[in-house]
Write a protein that binds this ligand. Structure first.
Ligand code: HEM
Length: 289
């Protein structure tokens, strides 16, 4: 009975029956001892398989054994000719270098260069654009300022519509875009006067845009007819009318110092400011009205 099992598995023979172990059995017994012998403080952990270089060309795996154990002089564990119960695992798959796949190849490539900026070429209306870089300029008067309060005067019906835009911009009616204004000023003289005017402060004060009079405003010593621009003004008629009959420099600079007054209203220039008493043809224009 149990003849098919190796001797060492059939159970412990009595001391008398026990034959002198041959060398291979001795080695097998050593293996058992080695497997159960705690080697270190973490010896109770799950046995781990470790690859090692066997004496033959085929790599062999060992349980809980390090390379030195496997190559011990007894050689029973490392040897392929040991007992069948020997805990030898199948040889692992050869650790060959993986060929580069397409994906890993692409991942190792350098990223594409940054896209060049697609800034549009400068246009005639570029002076009207808000600068895209740098600190934000003053975006109009504070919410409760006098400038934000509707003046309530009886202006002619406007062709612009107020919007809840926080910047105070209005919806310009069709045909009144900044481009339309630029095209209009290229074609015609919009000053409303045939000759250059010498305008005194009292003359300017009367040019309020009411009672059939044009709206004039001065800027750095020059006088401009702002009436034609009223419906083109992105801030609306009411805002622009605040500068009528007076020097508009301060108001203008408070709201949009980046806007080029002289370029935009060049064709609306009426004349220059002169001191009181030295008025010129402007007084004649006043008489006509
Ligand atoms: C008379 C010469 C003026 C010209 C040529 C002019 C021109 C302009 C332009 C081009 C804009 C658009 C700005 C932008 O998009 O960045 C604008 C907006 C505006 N303007 Fe004028 N403006 C003038 C006078 C005034 C005055 C006197 C006021 C106020 C009393 C005023 C109030 C505003 C407001 C509230 C806006 C909208 C807010 C903004 O764009 O920041 N403007 N104006």
């Amino acid at each position: 009975m149990l003849d098919y099992l190796p001797q060492w598995l059939r159970g412990a023979p009595s001391e008398q029956e026990k034959p002198a172990p041959d060398s291979s059995e001795r080695d097998s017994l050593q293996v058992q001892v080695q497997l159960h012998e705690p080697e270190s403080e973490d010896a109770e952990t799950t046995p781990k398989a470790t690859a090692t270089e066997a004496s033959s060309s085929v790599p062999t795996l060992f349980l809980n054994g390090d390379r030195h154990n496997g190559k011990s002089s007894s050689g029973s564990v490392a040897s392929n000719q040991s007992a069948p119960a020997k805990p030898v695992l199948e040889p692992p798959a050869p650790l060959t270098a993986k060929p580069m796949t397409k994906q890993s190849n692409a991942a190792s490539l350098m990223p594409p260069p940054a896209r060049p900026s697609m800034a549009p070429p400068p246009s005639p209306a570029s002076g009207l654009r808000v600068p895209s870089t740098g600190p934000l300029p003053n975006r109009g008067p504070p919410p409760h300022s006098q400038q934000r309060v509707n003046s309530g005067n009886s202006l002619a019906p406007t062709s612009t519509t107020s919007t809840p835009n926080p910047r105070g911009k209005v919806l310009l009616s069709p045909g009144h875009s900044p481009m339309d204004w630029a095209a209009l000023t290229r074609k015609s003289n919009l000053s409303g006067v045939s000759t250059f005017q010498r305008v005194t402060p009292s003359m300017l004060k009367k040019m309020t845009g009411r009672k059939g009079k044009p709206a004039w405003s001065s800027w750095q010593g020059k006088v401009y007819n702002i009436t034609p621009y009223l419906d083109f003004h992105p801030g609306g008629r009411d805002e622009l009318m605040k500068a009528a009959g007076r020097d508009g420099t301060k108001l203008f600079m408070e709201v949009h110092p980046w806007v080029n007054w002289e370029n935009m209203l060049g064709s609306c220039m009426v004349g220059v400011m002169v001191s009181e008493g030295s008025g010129g043809e402007g007084s004649q224009l006043e008489d006509i009205d």
